[in-house]
Design a protein around this ligand. Structure first.
Ligand SMILES: Nc1ncnc2c1ncn2[C@@H]1O[C@H](COP(=O)(O)OP(=O)(O)OP(=O)(O)O)[C@@H](O)[C@H]1O
Ligand SMILES: [Mg+2]
Length: 340
């Protein structure tokens, strides 16, 4: 009976959503008995990574850990699988927009960046997600030291309901290995603006790396620019190693309280004893008058500023529905690696 339950599950790819650093992300349908369907997202691993044993080992290890994280602000991982065409991760499908997509949209079509209150709200939710992950323990009550390591606007999504969600938990560790192996690629270039000095120097990391990443995200939400804006990989790497931030990119009328908050988040002095205290500080700022932003206010904002998200017909027209190049149909008859 249990065997047949495993063998029945099947996925059908509906469209390619995007190509990221690790591979491709597809929208898919999980098919079940008697017409049952559930929308999921499937991330496949690029062939170039799949050849590296160390990378694969790390990828599997981290996916197993990430699968145990269940939090409203974390994109949930359902399964890690394998076919003869490669590894894939099945996860919660998010109908919405990545923070990177939203910031790009605001920069291109609107005059103003994300309102301060909403930016702080978004970061407070992600801080809570990180605090939950950082405090995870194993069965013996020992801290697992889960660190995201890749908190950036690409890895934050906002659902059409206005709920911020952090993606790619654990994947960065495997990805770091890829970057160490090939430091000259544009992959590390894109990540450098969000890296703490320790991470850029490839030192042993702790949760402060995620506080720094979140600080860089808040900075970008408010300024529309990454904390370091230079064209040369060498300069960017040096700036990251030294923890340099281009403070002149921030809007001049930014409240001093927020500027202080950013300075603390982007400091290499490890100002916060844990990310819970940061989350509390962010919440105290937005709710200082007794009430403040909620997911509803975020939803209203998206409806106003990015109405295309709520118009399914327009979305369907504007998105190129491409046939996936590989892995046309991923059948779940292969190994359920997570259970091993
Ligand atoms: N669970 C999901 N549901 C819906 N869309 C998703 C999901 N996960 C990712 N996406 C979309 O796919 C895009 C690519 O994601 P992916 O994680 O592969 O690349 P990335 O975040 O740009 O870079 P990196 O490889 O460094 O994480 C995201 O920007 C997002 O728009
Ligand atoms: Mg990602």
């Amino acid at each position: 009976m249990l065997r047949s339950i495993i063998d029945q599950s099947q996925y059908e790819i509906t469209r390619l959503i995007a190509t990221g650093g690790m591979g491709e992300v597809y929208e898919a349908k999980q098919l079940g008995f008697n017409g049952f369907q559930k929308k999921v997202a499937i991330k496949t691993l690029l062939e170039e990574h799949a050849k590296n044993d160390l990378f694969i080992e790390m990828f599997i290890q981290e996916a197993k850990l990430a699968a145990t994280l269940i939090h409203e602000n974390i994109i949930q991982i359902y399964q890690l699988g394998y076919t003869n065409e490669g590894y894939y991760i099945v996860m919660e499908y998010v109908e919405g927009v990545s923070l990177h997509g939203l910031l790009e949209h605001l920069k291109r079509f609107k005059k103003e960046m994300l309102p301060t209150n909403l930016a702080v709200f978004l970061c407070s939710k992600i801080a809570r997600a990180l605090a939950y992950a950082h405090s995870r323990e194993d069965d013996f009550g020992r801290l697992l030291n889960v660190i995201h390591r890749d908190v950036c606007p690409n890895n934050i999504m906002i659902t059409v309901e206005g709920q911020p969600k952090l993606a790619d938990f654990g994947i960065a560790r495997a990805q770091n290995i890829g970057s160490i192996m090939d430091k000259s690629t544009s992959k590390i270039f894109g990540k450098l603006p969000y890296m703490s000095p320790s991470q850029a120097k490839m030192k042993e990391l702790d949760f402060h790396a995620d506080i720094f990443g979140l600080g860089a995200v808040l900075f970008e939400c408010l300024s529309g620019e990454p904390i370091r804006k230079v064209d040369s990989l060498e300069t960017l790497l040096k700036m990251a190693e030294n923890g340099e931030v281009d403070w002149s990119l921030l809007p001049e009328d930014l409240k001093p309280e927020i500027k202080n908050l950013l300075k603390n988040m982007l400091s290499d002095k490890k100002v916060y004893p844990d990310i819970d205290s940061l989350a509390q500080e962010l919440e105290m700022y937005i709710y200082r008058d007794g009430y403040g932003p909620t997911i509803k206010s975020m939803q209203k904002y998206l409806q106003k500023e990015m109405s295309i998200l709520y118009n399914r017909n327009k979305m369907a027209e504007s998105s190129t529905i491409r046939k996936p190049t590989e892995m046309k149909k991923i059948q779940n008859m292969a190994t359920l690696i997570i259970d091993q």
